[in-house]
Design a binder for this molecule. Structure first.
Ligand code: TPP
Ligand code: SF4
Length: 279
């Protein structure tokens, strides 16, 4: 009699959490993101060993350690390229990238543009608190120009970076905005993002309770379902022209085919390999 492979039992959100207790400040928005991510992975009926979560550096970038999936806590601003390499080498894995606005839009800004353009099949979650939390409250690219703080008295005066607009212009194939105070809504967005082929970008409003306690007011400002999903690029552009940063939901679902690495035939000998590099 041939062996029967037992159908693996369905996993719940708790199975996607690790035993580590997050060191985030009590009330940090990032707790909601790890909860939503665990719910999403369970809804997707994945298993921890089939998921790779890559991050940069920052409070938000600690997230892989709080999940039971494979994790890579890498270098500041360089998570996307690591994740792209992982997905290309292991296309069977579901690859998630996570980090903060400083990590992704400042030091990692160039990589963000090219990840959108390259369209490798993975999901990028940015926990945007409009500040550098880990390094104690410097202004980030998404900080409001008039945010008055000890480190930027009277504000930086610099206009904000517009993540969704930049992602759309650069070629991201799925663009959404979520809020950590709505873990169920966020989990649903993450499920859609992971299922959508190509590069999916989910910007998450995630308050930094310590350096930006005023962000607790976001719960009164966000509008669930404020975005109506479209597959029309021009319509998405027009929608962003009247974006105040608090509409939630899927903005754009593109149809670009995901990046496929070209497969070179395996070299038959060392001479064959050398010949390919000959000028
Ligand atoms: C190459 C390099 N430059 C600077 C730093 C210092 N650094 C660590 S985290 C961080 C910013 C984190 O901000 P963000 O990505 O917004 O995450 P948050 O802590 O707010 O979640 C910086 C500048 C570093 N670790 N490496
Ligand atoms: S400093 Fe801000 S971002 Fe970092 S853990 Fe505390 S509340 Fe969260």
């Amino acid at each position: 009699m041939s062996a029967v492979t037992p159908h693996p039992a369905a996993l719940g959100p708790a199975d996607f959490k690790s035993d580590l207790k997050p060191v985030w400040c009590p009330g940090c928005g990032d707790f909601g993101v790890v909860n939503a991510l665990a719910k999403a992975l369970a809804k997707l009926e994945l298993r921890p060993e089939n998921v790779g979560i890559v991050s940069g550096i920052g409070c938000s970038s600690r997230i892989p350690a709080y999940t039971s999936a494979y994790g890579f806590h890498g270098v500041h601003g360089r998570a996307l390229v690591t994740a792209a390499g992982l997905k290309i080498a292991r296309p069977d894995l579901t690859v998630i990238v996570a980090g903060g606005d400083g990590d992704g839009y400042s030091i990692g800004g160039n990589h963000f543009l090219h990840a959108c353009r390259r369209n490798v099949d993975m999901t990028y979650i940015v926990m945007d608190n409009r500040v550098y939390g880990m390094t104690k409250g410097q202004a980030s690219p998404t900080t409001e120009p008039d945010w008055d703080s000890k480190l930027s008295p009277e504000g930086t005066g610099l206009r904000e970076f517009l993540p969704l607009t930049i992602a759309l212009a650069s070629g991201a194939n799925f663009i959404a905005r979520g809020y950590t105070g709505d873990p169920n809504g966020l989990a649903d967005l993450l499920v859609e993002a992971v299922r959508h082929p190509g590069f999916s970008f989910v910007e998450v409003l995630s308050p930094c309770i310590t350096f930006r306690p005023e962000q607790l007011e976001w719960k009164k400002l966000v509008r669930a379902g404020g975005f109506k999903p479209t597959s029309e690029f021009a319509r998405a552009v027009r929608r962003l022209l009247r974006d105040d940063g608090f509409d939630l939901g899927v903005l754009y679902r593109g149809a670009r085919p995901a990046f496929q690495p070209r497969k070179a035939p395996t070299p038959r000998s060392i001479e064959d390999l050398a010949a390919r590099f000959a000028l």
